[in-house]
Write a protein of this length. Sequence first.
Length: 318
Amino acid sequence: MTQTLTTPTAPPAPRGGGAARPPRAGSRRPGWTPWLYLAPALVVLAGLLIYPVYQLGLISVLEYTQAQVSGGEPTSFQGLGNYQKLFADPQFWQVLGATVVFAALCVLSTLFVGCALAVLLTRIRALPRLALLVASLGAWATPAITGSTVWMFLFDADFGPVNRLLGLGDFSWTYGRYSAFALVLLEVVWCSFPFVMVTVYAGIRAVPAEVLEAASLDGASQWRIWRSVLAPMLRPILLVVTIQSVIWDFKIFTQIYVMTDGGGIAGQNLVLNVYAYQKAFASSQYSLGAAIGVVMLLILLAVTLVYLRLMRRQGEEL
């Protein structure tokens, strides 16, 4: 009984002439699986974000005042009429300009204080560092209305200790427009710089110590080390804290409302958020308040898109 041996034949080579590649593990397309995992979070976001934004946009194109809320008059579609009325109001542009300038000053001051203290944390011993971190995080954790009330007491014209220390007598910080904005700016920086400080400090600690030692041995000053070594290496972190500070300070409400008693004398300290509140609830012009909210949403959305684009570029460079 004879047995024939057959040699296995190799699979045909591909037409391109190269060797056939085995299929890689995990090369199957994920399909709908990631979306199934994200579905619960997307449902929550839709309820907490998409629906309120839809309602805000809807009210902004309707005639929606106290008469419509109480049911005395029917709601009518206005289209872009509310936006035309808003853009024709000189006070809106004045408030928008004040909001942009005030937010820019808050962001720059917060970044300066936060970055300076972050560098200081790397230069002091453990115990002072711990004390500074605890005090800063305490300021960050303080609710905005509580911090605003405390700062109002500190700068009170009759009982505040700051006026006594500076010899200002009964000077009222909230009477003048610029002094009131300066007082609110100090409070905003006080409650905002810890985020910048802690974030930048974490980034500095991640920088190799050899780089900083080499810069010091070359005779570079602290400012030169920050400008030429640390700032370029911390650029992604600085970009993150800058954009987030812009978003937070642009939509500030509590500090202005509490410390200037609703926007200051004759509305001299109004910002967009407080202006929208006055239009919607004090004047019962809910449609104009919603239109201001939509304008703020578009501005912040543009800032966020710029942030994402810059982060994408940073990611490509790194």
